[in-house]
Design a protein around this ligand. Structure first.
Ligand SMILES: *Cc1c(COP(=O)(O)O)cnc(C)c1O
Length: 393
């Protein structure tokens, strides 16, 4: 090993000792409710594939047909020569799906937050952000030259204080940024109150709907859930979760879209995603309505699992969506529980520091519309047995 890069090994080993490294488990075959993981059949509790669309025949078919028609790659950045008609068709579909004037795609959801946020507010502005916002928002915030204010999680009193303070300082622009569904806890932003307060103080609103699309608002996301229509200024999301595809999306006014693709560096300086990805995503948006029973089933599973795991004695924290954590506290214990669940044929993920605060380790259980009630009973039995054995309940 070269001396100048020896730090890689040294620092990795330290992280490992602290229990902060990822063990990457390998899926053999498609992501669905029942998966093969490192040679073992498991029920999937750790994916974001809420509607079980990732391996849906319609998505597979749409993908294959697009490969036949358009080939494998887009050949360029969207900004230069990579925008194909099928990408534009997807942009229109996003607008329709979100009930917005216009829509567009980014390479990923991460690329929306990292690329757009710094363009919306600069030196003379202020950015107000929930403390539990996703890491990609945090990176977008870091890239912005605006002043920053962080409010305690979903604390509307504190949000109002920030807005007031911002108002008194005469900033040029203010923006409130929040996750729609908080990814580690599964609770929902108080979007109606946030929009109300922001309007009162003349601040813009930006919501990250990554875990809301396909889940909230009959599958159409948080703006539909709260009936907010175009009152949310900036709505971004991802195709890589409930929708089973890949890529980031943005919806809003016609001027937002024109502004976004002319200024976001992540968009301008990076390749278009392949045309077959656009085809997959179009099929996914259509399926949310065509097979709306998936959304309903997802919520039936959610209600059942949450009620039953709580009655076993587990704390599910603030959960109100298909993200239903079992709060454990100690990270070593959470990791041990995850390993024991795997032995039972259940793939659940232990979430530890720095993804969540120290002492707040948990197993993040995520529902999948491909599951049955029997699957959940199997999982709940394992939670009961292991909870007693490990002295957790
Ligand atoms: C997953 C996620 C993203 C990133 O989306 P990708 O398309 O996977 O890059 C952004 N924000 C939130 C809240 C997420 O959960």
């Amino acid at each position: 090993m070269k001396e100048k890069t020896e730090f890689l090994k040294r620092e990795y080993e330290q992280m490992k000792k602290d229990g902060l490294t990822w063990t990457i488990r390998g899926l053999e075959g498609p992501s669905k409710a029942h998966v093969m993981v490192d040679g073992k059949e498991c029920i999937m509790l750790a994916s974001n594939n809420y509607l079980d669309l990732a391996n849906h025949p319609k998505l597979r078919e749409a993908t294959i047909e697009a490969v036949k028609k358009y080939g494998a790659g887009a050949g360029s950045d969207w900004s230069i020569a990579g925008t194909m008609d099928i990408h534009q068709e997807l942009w229109d579909k996003i607008a329709e799906f979100k009930g917005a004037e216009a829509g567009m795609t980014y390479q990923t959801g991460f690329a929306v937050n990292a690329g757009l946020i710094p363009q919306l507010v600069g030196k003379e502005d202020v950015l107000i952000s929930d403390e539990l916002n996703h890491g990609s928002i945090i990176d977008g915030v870091r890239l912005s030259k605006a002043d920053k204010m962080i409010y305690s999680h979903s604390d509307m009193g504190e949000l109002e204080k920030c807005l007031k303070a911002a108002d008194e300082k005469d900033y040029r622009r203010a923006i409130v940024i929040t996750d729609g569904v908080f990814s580690m806890d599964g609770d929902i932003a108080k979007m109606d109150e946030i929009v109300e307060l922001a309007e009162e103080y003349g601040a813009m609103t930006y919501v990250d709907d990554a875990h809301g699309e396909g889940v909230l608002g009959d599958g159409h996301g948080i703006a539909h859930e709260f009936n907010l229509g175009e009152r949310i200024d900036f709505e971004m999301g991802t195709f890589s979760k409930a929708l089973g595809g890949f890529g980031g999306m943005l919806a809003g006014s016609e001027w937002l879209i024109k502004y976004a693709y002319n200024t976001s560096r992540s968009w301008l300086l990076s390749a278009a995603f392949p045309p077959h990805v656009a085809a997959t995503n179009i099929a996914a948006l259509e399926l949310v309505d065509e097979e709306n029973h998936r959304v309903k089933h997802l919520w039936e599973l959610t209600d059942y699992f949450k009620k039953e795991i709580e009655s076993l004695g587990y704390d599910t924290g603030m959960s109100e969506t298909p993200i239903i954590p079992a709060m454990i506290g100690d990270s070593k214990k959470a990791q041990e529980l995850a390993n024991r669940l795997y032995d039972e044929g259940i793939f659940g993920l232990a979430i530890v520091f720095p993804m969540v605060a120290r002492g707040k380790a948990r197993i993040r259980n995520q529902m999948n519309a491909g599951m049955t009630k029997d699957d959940l009973d199997f999982i709940l039995n394992a939670y009961e047995k292991l909870g007693n054995e490990l002295d957790l309940i």
